[in-house]
Design a protein around this ligand. Structure first.
Ligand SMILES: Cc1cc2nc3c(=O)[nH]c(=O)nc-3n(C[C@H](O)[C@H](O)[C@H](O)COP(=O)(O)O)c2cc1C
Length: 305
């Protein structure tokens, strides 16, 4: 039987044919792998976070799999915006929106990166203000509401495409930060980036990651992400994109009930492989049919009523 549910959604002015998006940092470093994910049915692709200059990232080990998730401190490795632009240009014909994720040390860097991303043809920009392990570029920027507002509004006035702001669960008060992004005219909030964490090797008696501290992703962080989305939804009126530990259609529905209009999948790509997008879409449709929901917007935020 054909599904009755319509799973298209909108993030402000950006329409998506389905609510599943690839999260930044997973299989999105070159045009070839992004094309593969598009073929697998993702509603949108977020690129790896890109800075002005090339960055090598941290030495190994940079990623370990733990019982309930993945711990990583890659150190934002990327080729820099000028070289990465060539990859984006190869996706110009894609009907699936490409969202350019950028990081910088100050508003000036974010503006330059945002303008370059727009010139390369992305559909929206995601400001990564939340990397848990890159000192100058991450939490030092992303836990100060004033800075968030300044950076967001500076990028907004310099580009025409929508600007999303990705927040960290490591901030003390995530709704305050979300409100600052909204007052800087952000078009949407993305929550959450990975959770600051550490793993110690008992034999070596040392932290395993070369950077010692990393960001925890995957199954274990879903309740943290759902709580953050719920709290943000209580305080802002702009759309929210939920991310963190989404491995199934029911996980996605839970985020939607908390207030998310779309969701992103990161670690899930490792666990359920590339067909995770098709599977989650089908599971969302089946759940909606079973519970007589006809469109995504009818689910968004119902947990608040
Ligand atoms: C290996 C790896 C690299 C990541 N790189 C980035 C990145 O460059 N920029 C960013 O905003 N988030 C990055 N993230 C965070 C994810 O986009 C996502 O917010 C987080 O992993 C939680 O979602 P998940 O549990 O579905 O993975 C990365 C995550 C992983 C596992």
């Amino acid at each position: 039987m054909l599904p009755l549910a319509d799973i298209s959604t909108n993030i402000g002015s950006l329409p998506l044919k389905n609510p599943t998006m690839l999260a930044s940092g997973i299989m999105d470093e070159d045009a070839g792998s992004m094309k593969r994910i598009i073929k697998c049915g993702a509603g949108a692709i977020v690129t790896k976070s890109i800075g002005l200059q090339p960055r090598e990232g941290y030495p190994n080990p940079t990623l370990i799999e733990l019982e309930y998730g993945i711990l990583n401190a890659m150190g934002l490795p990327n080729p820099g915006i000028d070289e990465f632009g060539e990859e984006i240009l190869q996706l110009k014909k894609s009907k699936t929106p490409i969202i350019g994720s950028i990081y910088g040390a100050n508003a000036k860097e974010f503006i330059e990166l945002g303008q370059k991303m727009e010139d390369y043809g992305v559909s929206a920009i995601e400001l990564n203000l939340s990397c848990p392990h890159a000192k100058r570029y991450g939490l030092e920027v992303g836990s100060d509401p004033k800075l968030i507002q300044i950076i967001t509004s500076s990028v907004k006035v310099n580009v025409k495409i929508p600007v999303f702001v990705k927040l960290s669960p490591n901030a003390t008060n995530i709704s305050e930060i979300a409100k600052a992004a909204e007052s800087g005219n952000a078009d949407a909030i993305v929550a959450i980036n990975s959770v600051k964490a550490m793993k110690i090797d008992l034999d070596l008696k040392r932290p395993i990651l070369s950077n010692k501290i990393g960001g925890y992703s995957g199954r274990a962080i879903k309740p943290i992400g759902v709580r953050c989305v719920y709290e943000i939804a209580e305080h802002v009126d702009i759309p929210i994109i939920g991310v963190g530990g989404i491995l199934s259609g029911e996980d996605a529905i839970e985020y939607m009930m908390a207030g998310a209009s779309a969701i992103q999948i990161g670690a899930g790509v490792y666990y359920r492989e590339l067909d995770i997008f098709k599977k989650i879409k089908k599971e969302i449709e089946q759940w909606m049919d079973k519970h007589s929901y006809k469109k995504i917007s009818d689910i968004v935020g119902v947990a608040h009523l």
